[in-house]
Design a protein. Structure first.
Ligand SMILES: N[C@@H](CCC(=O)N[C@@H](CS)C(=O)NCC(=O)O)C(=O)O
Length: 314
């Protein structure tokens, strides 16, 4: 029996999901040496509130107080075979910058031969009229470090002394958790699914232990790694547990991870970046190979605003 994969071009013969590399990886720099100088009002983010990778860039833009410097437009969470689309609706809108109907138009404007999957997030340059980058990893760093002239925020999510350790933990979390839920959810064989799901929960168990004695992953202050983990944790019980069959445990069953999730969620400005309506409708309706009926579950009941008890950890 052949099982149809959600993204057939990114499926190994063994049934593993192998994510495509990012297509555009140019950089905005404070000194302009890259050809894309940092500036206020020049760059625009195209995002989906549903997407964890896009969510990371939304969070850095928020934490670094760059909302007046870098514009943002969100796509419709429901994606059909034409890809991400700009339409009016709750939490999403038409594209006031370029008048694109589909995000694909930004990709073909940048590379007329673009043949890969069209993904969010995208940073668009309104001067040269092309995509600078669609790599959320790179975009997090750019927003953190290159626009400091336009913000009063002293926050540094990638501090010099921790970079090596941050890179290392980012890789562990990406492979086992961020992409781990997708590897479980998009697997098309029992063995591949089981391997991915087991790895995921082993990693969550390790992170649970790490967070027993530290408020954040690296101690008393959060860094980019915390927000990279957050975007998966906040979606976990609502979509990955059911839709992606990551159901050994829920995040609410982990005392430290759940307190940590609440703590991050209650950080100034963050709750308004979490849109459960978009998150749930996107996954359950768009991945029609996994959920052919498109029915969106009504649960879970989840209170992220309750006490987190984490301030006692230095
Ligand atoms: N660029 C991201 C991946 C971004 C990504 O895969 N976004 C998804 C949404 S969560 C997407 O846009 N998918 C479009 C599609 O599958 O057609 C990375 O660094 O891994």
């Amino acid at each position: 029996m052949t099982v149809q994969a959600q993204f057939p071009d990114e499926q190994s013969t063994a049934g593993e999901f192998l994510r495509q590399p990012d297509a555009f990886r140019r950089s905005v720099t404070a000194d302009g040496s890259s050809g894309f100088p940092a500036a206020a009002g020049r760059y625009h983010l195209y995002v989906s509130w549903a997407c964890p990778w896009a969510h990371r860039t939304i969070i850095v833009r928020k934490l670094k107080q760059l909302e007046h410097v870098i514009g943002l437009t969100a796509v419709d969470p429901i994606r059909d075979e034409r890809g991400w689309a700009f339409r009016e609706g709750p939490g999403h809108s038409h594209d006031a910058v370029n008048g694109f109907q589909f995000l694909r138009e930004a990709y073909t404007a940048t590379d007329p031969n673009y043949a890969g999957r069209v993904t969010v997030p995208v940073l668009w340059d309104t001067v040269t009229k092309q995509i600078v980058s669609n790599s959320d990893d790179d975009l997090m760093r750019m927003l953190n470090g290159e626009f400091n002239r336009w913000t009063d925020s002293p926050l540094d999510l990638y501090p010099e002394g921790l970079r090596k350790d941050i890179d290392e933990l980012n890789t562990f979390i990406y492979e086992n958790v961020n992409d781990g839920v997708y590897r479980a959810g998009f697997a098309t064989s029992q063995a591949v699914y089981e391997r991915a799901a087991r790895r995921l929960f082993q990693a969550l168990d390790q992170l649970e232990a790490r967070l027993a004695s530290r408020r954040y992953l690296f101690g008393s202050m959060f860094v980019e790694t915390d927000w990279r983990l957050f975007v998966t944790l906040v979606r976990f019980d609502a979509v990955y547990h059911g839709h992606f069959k990551c159901n050994v445990r829920r995040i609410v069953d982990y005392p430290n991870l759940f307190g940590y999730l609440r703590d991050l969620y209650q950080t100034d400005g963050i709750a308004e970046t979490v849109n459960f309506d978009h998150i749930k409708r996107h996954y359950y309706i768009t991945h029609d190979d996994i959920n052919p009926t498109g029915i969106v579950p009504i649960g879970p009941e989840q209170d992220l605003t309750g006490p987190h008890g984490r301030a006692r950890l230095a």
